[in-house]
Design a protein around this ligand. Structure first.
Ligand SMILES: [Zn+2]
Length: 85
């Protein structure tokens, strides 16, 4: 029974970590961990100064890049070295 409760708590904190963010209070600038939802407006009362804050989500995108596997510049430098020699 106790083990089941511990597992439930573990699941709760795991799901909280996936849907929450540590955000600064705009009044006192201290961080508070708040649950974030995409389907409704997010607000929280600061646990340090009790001021109500709104959370605004700004989603942006970026193209991911893959690092080059071959270092072509090394080969160019080698051919230049043999030309001047
Ligand atoms: Zn605060």
């Amino acid at each position: 029974m106790l083990k089941f409760q511990a597992e439930m708590e573990q699941e709760f904190y795991k799901s909280l970590a996936q849907q929450s963010a540590s955000v600064p209070c705009q009044a006192c600038k201290k961080e508070t961990l708040v649950p974030i939802r995409l389907d409704e407006n997010n607000t929280f009362n600061c646990e340090h100064c009790d001021v109500n804050n709104a959370v605004y989500i700004d989603i942006t995108t970026a193209v991911t890049t893959v690092p080059l596997q071959k270092l072509e510049t090394i080969r160019i430098n080698e051919s230049e070295a043999t030309r001047t020699a």
